[in-house]
Design a protein around this ligand. Structure first.
Ligand code: NAD
Length: 411
């Protein structure tokens, strides 16, 4: 069995099956067996039923998600709401069948948005007529396992199987010859390993990044601090498209740092199930140690911890940290931290900031913040990130920032 941990206490909640090659084989065979009838069926009703299942599951499973992932309850509820709308959106689509057929898809998810990431894979796969073997992260398997069982009740047998277990369960799944496509969200390192695997697979890789944000000279820090802060610290910074590093240009640097630190100091950090909590614990010990290590390393190299850092007590609590006088010689700047720490780099010119932003893996998103939006857009166009925005990063209203962040498809 695989133990599931509560990151707020470090204690074991329960245990789930620790599957291996035999379970993989059984699930993939079931998925292959279900595919011929499933892909020629009208799947509109099934996808709509999935949306209803997700909605009905939310009151029961959102607390479970909050417990195993750490996030505040209202954010766990938001994951379910986004997931339900994803199923409804895809229920309304009629994708053309692929000329090269379809078949069992291996869906592999990370621990930061277990429900949202799972449904972001299931809904399009089902709409396209594929069957799915879903493998959640071993750090957050519980909610996905429960939800998968509930969804399987409104789907033909074999269309969806959830397999929980320790690594290398994902590798067993990928290596199974019955898998036709892999839909993966996780770290760039794992993605690289998958791309290099000897088996031929159609791969969809949604990986990490190191998103930069540039604050232009003359920007009023008070006008942007709250939005910029939450663009970095939503979901405790455990978000693929979070701001990971800020480049503040000109004499306004100190004001930007102070304004971000003021927001950080007001944030309520606590158990996700406690009403009023805005940031829960970091999800797991290795991530907590990494964030602590990167912060310590930066401090030793001259960064100033204006506010935040590890908190005493059980669980993996870490108050949101703002690091002043950070620079591109520090790993906290050049690597994705994926946690509640934000380095702010001092720049003299906009050219310098753009150069530094682009010098390191430029990230999934990038943003430029300033009063003159036309000029900010010109600067944004020089960033190498996949998506660039002005005066926004996640481009979502506060409160649902991350819940729709993956869904360019609804824009
Ligand atoms: P991870 O790569 O360690 O694990 C992701 C999943 O892959 C887990 O289910 C894991 O068990 C599985 N896995 C690990 N090695 C495997 C292998 N060799 N073959 C098959 N499966 C394998 O990532 P993580 O720590 O769970 O998640 C954090 C990372 O995910 C961050 O880098 C983050 O940026 C990224 N992420 C990106 C997005 C996005 O939208 N692009 C969203 C969420 C997370």
């Amino acid at each position: 069995m695989l133990a599931v941990e509560d990151p707020a206490t470090g204690q074991r909640i329960t245990a789930v099956p620790d599957c291996g090659p035999a379970e993989v084989d059984k699930a993939v065979r079931a998925a292959a067996g279900a595919w011929p009838a499933w892909h020629v069926s009208d799947r509109h009703a099934a996808l709509t039923s999935c949306a209803v299942v997700v909605e009905e599951a939310a009151p029961v499973l959102a607390p479970v998600l909050s417990e195993e992932q750490g996030k505040p309850l209202h954010e766990a509820e938001a994951e379910f709401a986004e997931a339900a709308s994803r199923f409804r959106y895809f229920a309304g689509l009629r994708p053309e069948p692929r000329a090269d057929g379809g078949g069992p898809v291996a869906a592999i998810t990370p621990w930061n948005f277990p429900v949202q990431s799972a449904v972001a894979k299931l809904a399009p796969a089902f709409a396209a007529g594929n069957t799915v073997v879903l493998k959640p992260s071993p750090r957050t398997p519980l909610t996905t396992l429960h939800l998968g069982r509930m969804l399987a009740q409104v789907l033909p047998p074999g269309v969806l199987t959830v397999l929980t277990g320790r690594d290398p369960l994902g590798e067993y799944l990928l290596a199974h010859p019955g898998i036709r496509q892999v839909d993966f969200t996780g770290s760039a390192d794992t993605g690289k390993r998958m791309a290099a695997a000897p088996e031929w697979r159609r791969l969809t890789l949604e990986l990490g990044g190191n998103d930069p944000a540039i604050v232009l000279p003359g920007t009023d820090p008070a006008a942007i601090a709250e939005r910029l802060f939450w663009s970095a610290f939503a979901n405790c910074g455990q978000l693929g498209v979070a701001v990971e590093r800020v480049y503040a240009v000109g004499p306004g640097y100190d004001g930007v740092v102070e304004a971000l630190a003021a927001v950080a100091a007001r944030v309520v950090v606590g158990d996700g199930r406690t009403p009023g909590t805005q940031l829960g614990p970091v999800n797991n010990r290795p991530r907590y140690d990494r964030v602590t290590g990167l912060t310590d390393e930066a401090r030793a190299d001259g960064a100033r911890i204006v506010t935040g850092g590890p908190l005493d007590g059980p669980g993996y609590f870490f108050a949101p940290a703002i690091l002043a006088e950070a620079h591109d010689g520090m790993r906290v700047v050049t690597e994705e931290q994926f946690g509640p720490v934000l380095p702010v780099v001092r720049c003299s010119t906009v050219d310098e900031a753009v150069g530094l932003a682009n010098a390191t893996a430029p990230g999934l998103c990038g943003s430029v913040w300033g009063a003159d939006e036309e000029y900010a857009a010109e600067v944004a166009a020089r960033l190498g990130s996949g998506t660039v925005r002005v005066n926004a990063h996640l481009a979502m209203p506060v409160g649902s920032r991350w819940s729709a962040s993956r869904a360019g498809l609804r824009a």
